[in-house]
Design a protein around this ligand. Structure first.
Ligand SMILES: *[C@@H]1O[C@H](CO)[C@@H](O)[C@H](O)[C@H]1NC(C)=O
Ligand SMILES: *[C@@H]1O[C@H](CO)[C@@H](O)[C@H](O)[C@H]1NC(C)=O
Length: 148
């Protein structure tokens, strides 16, 4: 009986820590970080859609032993630490899987300051404008979203 209760507790705990953001909700969370430039918010939403479908608990293990974590798919090779705080974000990777994405946003901004949006393949594939015709083609429409 005890183990059944523990099991149910574990399941509900896992559900509570995973979250799928809606575009506007995510844009608002980005807007709370004053270091994020407002004009880039649609780009951030677009790239996170591509990386994680805005799933905060997405974890992908690659054959090369590295793993990518959370809504921005931050990678353990250099960006975060697998067992303890580390990487150039000085954060523990597993802390990037919960539904509090303030730390994810902070780390994503550190990555952006080092290498720009090009760090993210999904940005290059879906969000980067390559010509004036498809300019901003995949960028989400956030006009009705009141982010600050
Ligand atoms: C979110 O990601 C987790 C971990 O990869 C996965 O188990 C879960 O099914 C995903 N949720 C949705 C709605 O895709
Ligand atoms: C491991 O593979 C992933 C996905 O292909 C890639 O993004 C990452 O840079 C690779 N890491 C290393 C250590 O080569």
């Amino acid at each position: 009986m005890k183990s059944v209760v523990a099991f149910i507790f574990l399941i509900s705990f896992n559900l509570a820590s995973a979250k799928i953001f809606l575009n506007c909700e995510f844009a608002k969370e980005l807007g709370k970080n004053e270091a994020i430039e407002r004009v880039y918010i649609p780009h951030w939403v677009c790239l996170a859609q591509g990386e994680s479908q805005l799933n905060t608990s997405k974890l992908v293990n690659y054959p090369n032993q590295s793993s990518s974590y959370g809504i921005f798919q931050i990678n353990s090779k250099e960006q975060c630490g697998k067992d303890k705080k580390g990487g150039f974000c000085n954060i523990k990777c597993s802390d990037l899987l919960d539904d509090d994405i303030k730390d994810d946003i902070k780390c994503a901004k550190v990555i952006f300051d080092r290498s720009g949006f090009n760090n993210w393949k999904s940005w290059q594939n879906r969000c980067k404008s390559t010509s004036t015709i498809d300019k901003n083609k995949a960028l989400p429409n956030l006009v009705n979203c009141q982010y600050k």
